[in-house]
Design a protein around this ligand. Sequence first.
Ligand SMILES: NC(=O)c1ccc[n+]([C@@H]2O[C@H](COP(=O)([O-])OP(=O)(O)OC[C@H]3O[C@@H](n4cnc5c(N)ncnc54)[C@H](O)[C@@H]3O)[C@@H](O)[C@H]2O)c1
Ligand SMILES: O=P(O)(O)OC[C@@H](O)[C@@H](O)[C@H](O)[C@H](O)CO
Length: 380
Amino acid sequence: MRAVHFGAGNIGRGFIGELLYESDYETIFVDVNEALIDQLNERRSYTVELAGSDEKIDVNNVSGLNSMSQTEAVVDAIVDADIITTAVGPHILPAISKVIAQGLQKRLEKGKAPINIIACENMIGGSEKLKGYILGHITDQQEAFEQNVGFPNAAVDRIVPDQNNDDSLTVKVEPYYEWIVETSDIKGEKPPVHGIKYVADLTPFIERKLFTVNTGHAGAAYLGRYHGHQTIKQAMDNPSIVEKVRAALHESGAVLIEKYNFSRSEHHEYIEKIIERFLNPDLSDEVTRVGRAPKRKLGSNDRLIRPTLEYIKWVGKDPENLSEIIAAALLYQDDNDEEASALHQSVQEKGALETLKDIAELEDDSRLIQAVETRLNEMK
Ligand SMILES: NC(=O)c1ccc[n+]([C@@H]2O[C@H](COP(=O)([O-])OP(=O)(O)OC[C@H]3O[C@@H](n4cnc5c(N)ncnc54)[C@H](O)[C@@H]3O)[C@@H](O)[C@H]2O)c1
Ligand SMILES: O=P(O)(O)OC[C@@H](O)[C@@H](O)[C@H](O)[C@H](O)CO
């Protein structure tokens, strides 16, 4: 079987590539990083190391293509693929949609078997979103497209920090992982990938993941940066930060428990397990990686604003800890991060609250704005 995977970065190589290999796929990684692509083609193999153990997995049968300069080859790879996956970042999905559309169109012309495209990005409805971008490039055969191309939404969870290994293809990852895929939009057979858990309704799973793992992670990153810490572990070793992150996860958790009828004790165990993962002594994860793209993270449907608005709506109390994380996100600075620079400039020009209202599409008198204002005043 053949997989075409867009994005040979941390999660692409360190998670999706590993599971595809273990499921007998040959994987063609499509990326824009020439050096990485050359190395994949030279060696056809790389290693995944499980942090905290001696276990190493050699991932074989891999190669690389450039999504910008080798479009014809990418199109042909898509024609012969059995599955397509992505892990490029939500903002890159529009950029890869045209070449995917060309490949799919050619598949349809040749009457190939149905195929599924799974976006493994940290967002709600990622595959569906990608489908929207791809549809913008599908000029004919729309009906065949709808019948033969599935875009099942997914939730992926494994912490893969930026890498700093002697071997530049090696990826060190945490042993834990979860890959959940919704069955409702699958076309043809469910892709036989070891490690995927198929569910009929992804909503509770993606919300639990995004509003616990990623809400807590963002909390550690933004509060960590505010207090001068460099890594997530250092931030979480600060007793005041770990308590605020835990309390924020109990705020988002109160909503999740209520909405999805999760067992309270199991959800509290889930929170503690995540805090333990953030404290992993065998991984070094920079707050700048976890805090990257803060404008995206302050979006209305993302890990900070959605759970805070829902806490106000469902629980009716002051979202004390979630709003402190949002305040810290508004004060976040990283000159090497385009979104962080734009955010900082906007905060300087029109103030933190106006910036938040714009990014998160909130009203002046919103309780969330008032809560964040209180926290900002306390933090000054
Ligand atoms: N790292 C994690 O812990 C983790 C865990 C779960 C989900 N994710 C999600 O996975 C996605 C990727 O994250 P990551 O941490 O692997 O980032 P990354 O930066 O390590 O990898 C992204 C890769 O995409 C490539 N890319 C950029 N533009 C491209 C284009 N036009 N065509 C093809 N490739 C392109 C980059 O060169 C890079 O290799 C994000 O949506 C992230 O939220 C990450
Ligand atoms: O990838 P982002 O930028 O959406 O979020 C940063 C981290 O929180 C994220 O990559 C986690 O490591 C991952 O979601 C764990 O499963």
